[in-house]
Design a protein around this ligand. Structure first.
Ligand SMILES: [Zn+2]
Length: 130
């Protein structure tokens, strides 16, 4: 597959495959502008685990491109991929912990609202699970 003709921020040529209809990679294609913008906004805000996964994905893509092009040492690539695998597990755990924390917080909020709306004439209502 042809390489993306764009240049990276540091001025060096992009090493990714031109996978999009405008003959550019996902990082430079105008077809992915909107998704990249959304990803940055979300990643910068509340989803650091997901932003990390996206960064790891880019690193893996760069390593794979480098190995296939013969510009990246295979032994170094293997070690780098092992490190990236550990980071993937870490990010996945972070996402898992975050979502569990959100579920608990939502549950506590629902319980609090239920307490607020409890009918004084029926004190048992809402506190017993039948
Ligand atoms: Zn590119």
């Amino acid at each position: 597959m042809a390489k993306c003709p764009a240049r990276k921020k540091d001025g060096t040529p992009c090493t990714l495959d031109a996978t999009h209809p405008d003959a550019k990679c996902w990082a430079h294609s105008s077809y992915t502008d909107e998704a990249r913008r959304r990803g940055k906004v979300k990643g910068g805000k509340a989803k650091p685990g997901l932003a990390r996964l996206a960064a790891i994905d880019r690193s893996l893509e760069d390593i794979a491109s480098g190995v296939l092009a013969g510009t990246t040492d295979r032994a170094r690539a293997a070690i780098a991929i092992q490190a990236l695998n550990a980071r993937i597990r870490l990010a996945a755990t972070e996402v898992q912990v975050r979502s569990q924390t959100e579920v608990v917080a939502t549950f506590e909020e629902l319980e609090r609202r239920l307490q607020e709306h409890r009918d004084p004439a029926d004190p048992d209502h809402g506190s017993t699970y039948r």
